[in-house]
Design a protein around this ligand. Structure first.
Ligand SMILES: C[S@@+](CC[C@H](N)C(=O)[O-])C[C@H]1O[C@@H](n2cnc3c(N)ncnc32)[C@H](O)[C@@H]1O
Length: 210
């Protein structure tokens, strides 16, 4: 199975189980937020309605990450306890928290929701990066044209530049339309994406290879 500069189609738990331990330098991932997301066009996200995949997926990510490696995982704030439990169960240490400031509100209820969020996770004692990154980063509106929860390239590129060197391997096992892979490729890093949904896998492949 191709494991470098490839986008695999299928369930990431099954596919990650076939990959070599310690073979990944950095993980940048945006898993389902467990919120039964549905946008105004009726688009949904696979596995956003259950958490059965969460612990096994992070167990595999931890195994694949090299010792001393770092991972950034976006998460749904309303289920922070479930995500933190999965990360700690897998073995990750929580070493930082990122807030991405949106120039717009993505939804409104008790508050206007104007940020995304992610945790920085370490496998063992990860060395500090040569240049430090602020933990509040700007966000851009993508219009979600390619995916119902499409992430912008600018903050993803900043994370990859900070936590990897050129030629290192970035894994995103929930890659959707491939935003993290596009950012990795554009910054001269190798990438490995996995996506369950056939249409999103096709979108990611078109973005990367055409
Ligand atoms: C929040 S979205 C990622 C969006 C992506 N960051 C982008 O910019 O397009 C999460 C993705 O994980 C995929 N997914 C859900 N369960 C999966 C699984 N078990 N294996 C692989 N992909 C999965 C969904 O189909 C969805 O595209």
């Amino acid at each position: 199975m191709e494991s470098r500069n490839a986008i695999l189609h299928g369930d990431c738990i099954t596919l990650m189980q076939r990959l070599q331990s310690g073979s990944v330098d950095f993980i940048l991932t945006d898993p389902p937020y467990l919120v039964r997301y549905r946008d105004r066009h009726g688009r949904t996200v696979a596995n956003d309605d259950n958490a059965t995949w969460l612990k096994p997926a992070f167990v595999e990510m931890y195994r694949l990450l090299r010792p001393g490696g770092l991972a950034v995982s976006f998460y749904g704030w309303n289920h922070v306890d479930t995500f933190v439990d999965a990360w700690r169960t897998a073995g990750f240490r929580i070493v930082g928290h990122l807030v991405f400031a949106k120039p717009y509100a993505s939804s409104r209820r008790y508050l206007h929701h104007t940020h995304e969020q992610a945790y920085l996770l370490a496998k063992g004692q990860a060395p500090s990066p040569a240049r430090h990154l602020d933990d509040v980063l700007p966000w851009d509106y993508t219009g979600n044209r390619l995916h119902p929860t499409q992430k912008p390239l600018r903050p993803l590129s900043a994370l990859i530049r900070t936590f990897t060197r050129p030629g290192e391997l970035v894994l995103d096992p929930f890659c959707g339309s491939g935003s993290s892979l596009v950012a990795a490729k554009a910054t001269g890093r190798d990438f490995l994406g996995i996506e369950l949904d056939r249409r999103h896998h096709m979108t990611a492949s078109l973005r990367i290879y055409s």
